[in-house]
Design a protein around this ligand. Structure first.
Ligand code: GDP
Length: 455
């Protein structure tokens, strides 16, 4: 069977693993005292003591996890942003600019009972200049008696005013529906394979590290019968493997069992095959042969896993033939060549003797847990504040970028977005990633950290 044979391509394969849809950001802007905080609390469904807007005073946390009709979003109360500008109008304009630069949707709050002020106009000018969708909340419309106040706000020319009472909740449903309509379309979530079914693992490694030996060892005598696992439909190239009482789908094992391409020594096909397997896998076990020095081919496989954003377990095979001498060099090779993935759990095993192969299960579970971890916005921003206070981002071109807040946009793998007023150096982002790993558990998973910048 050659490369052009009946092997399925990536697009034919069932069960491609999709990352969770990113969580969009909604920023609440408006001059002080229009009721932004109360509206935020209303949307969050809380009944907390409301801190009224005091110019220049920083609130504790600005972003919150919110949802409406099952759609999640991050709600940012810009009242907490320290503005450099002095004067009310400049301050609100500044906050609106940050909101426009960082948010997907801007929720502009006006006090309908007061009508338009210069500060409202200042916000409006900023909003009109940008193409960010705006939802206009005409707050303090507590009853039908002052609904007409809201309609006067059509004059702002930023769209339909939604009358709302943050105090009583009146109109907040319609307002939130409007916010949902303004959100960017969620990418259609590809149906994940067999929800609640076995997790999908790719067993990878360059030729001769012992993949088929390990697979045979794992499959052993107690091969799980396909039909006995409820709700399992599997590709014929996959294999159900039971490990330490848990069942996994090992992806594309045909490629391991029939080693025609590897025997041809075709790097290209090996790489393609790995990519195809990763497309469908949640986590990968990369196998190494400890009897030989690590090679570029080994590292290439590891990089493919990280680049594909999959969980990673490092398995060091042929431990039965490891002597002290080789062991010394192995540790140094690992330190030097695998430092990029120092977060990956390791298992030292022997496919031949069966030593510690059952440990793979613990490592795979760790990696899957890290890969799916979500940190809620509150603790995440408390963490950020502490880290940034202790180690602020370096000054660049005479300016110190401010980090406004952080959200976790998605999981599988964890993806964080930093909202900043300037570019953060690679070094500083790596520092933040290290601290994230120290503070929260992200064992066995790559982390993505990106920025949304208003330069
Ligand atoms: P694959 O190409 O990655 O599937 O590697 P194979 O499973 O075919 O193994 C390559 C060679 O390594 C074979 O000669 C195996 O017998 C040998 N091998 C595999 N696992 C072990 C192990 O744990 N210890 C030792 N000593 N040899 C092993």
């Amino acid at each position: 069977e050659g490369p052009g044979g009946a092997e399925p391509g990536p697009e034919d394969l069932p069960g491609a693993v999709a990352a969770e849809a990113p969580v969009p950001v909604v920023a609440v802007v408006g001059r002080p005292n229009v009721g932004k905080s109360m509206l935020v609390n209303r949307i969050l469904g809380r009944r907390e003591a409301v801190v009224e807007d005091v110019p220049g005073v920083t609130r504790d946390r600005v972003p919150y996890d919110a949802s409406w009709r099952g759609r999640r979003f991050t709600l940012v109360d810009t009242g907490g942003w320290v503005a450099d500008a002095s004067g009310l109008e400049a301050m609100v304009a500044n906050q609106a600019e940050l909101a426009v630069a960082t948010a997907d949707v801007v929720l502009f709050v006006v006090d309908a009972t007061v009508g338009l002020t210069d500060a409202d106009e200042a916000v409006t000018r900023v909003l009109r200049r940008s193409d960010r969708p705006v939802v206009l909340a005409a707050n303090k419309v507590d009853g039908a008696h002052n609904e007409a106040d809201a309609y006067a706000l059509w004059n702002l020319s930023v769209g339909e005013p939604y009358p709302v009472s943050a105090l009583h909740g009146r109109g907040s449903g319609d307002l939130l529906d409007a916010v949902l309509r303004a959100l960017p379309d969620a990418p259609p979530e590809r149906i994940e394979t067999e929800p609640g079914g076995p997790h999908r693992v790719a067993l990878l490694g360059r030729p001769n590290v012992g993949k088929s030996s390990l697979l045979n060892r794992l499959a052993g005598e107690d091969r799980v019968v396909v039909d006995s696992v409820a709700g399992t439909t599997r590709d014929p190239v996959d294999e159900l493997i039971e490990l330490d009482g848990r069942t996994y789908v090992f992806i594309d094992t045909a490629g391991i069992r029939r080693r025609y391409r590897e025997l041809q020594g075709a790097d290209y096909y090996a790489t393609m095959r790995t990519m195809t397997a990763l497309e469908r896998a949640e986590t990968a076990v990369v196998l190494f042969d400890v009897s030989e020095p690590l090679t570029d081919a080994d590292i290439r496989v590891v990089n493919q896993v990280v680049d594909a954003g999959r969980g990673l377990v490092l398995a060091f095979n042929k431990w039965d033939v490891l002597d002290d001498d080789r062991r010394y060099y192995l540790e140094r090779e690992i330190d030097r060549q695998l430092s990029r993935v120092s977060w990956a759990p390791r298992v030292n095993l022997s496919a031949r003797t069966g030593r510690r192969v059952e440990r793979l299960s613990t490592a795979i579970e760790q990696s899957l847990a890290g890969w799916s971890t979500r940190i809620s916005t509150g603790p995440l921003n408390t963490w950020l504040k502490e880290v940034v206070a202790a180690t602020p981002p370096p000054v660049r071109g005479g300016r110190q970028p401010k980090i406004l807040f952080i959200t976790q946009a998605s999981t599988r793998p964890p993806h964080f977005v930093l909202f900043t007023t300037g570019f953060l150096e690679e070094n500083y982002r790596r520092f933040l990633e290290r601290r994230l790993r120290e503070s929260f558990s992200f064992e066995g998973t790559p982390i993505h950290l990106t920025m949304r910048i208003r330069e």
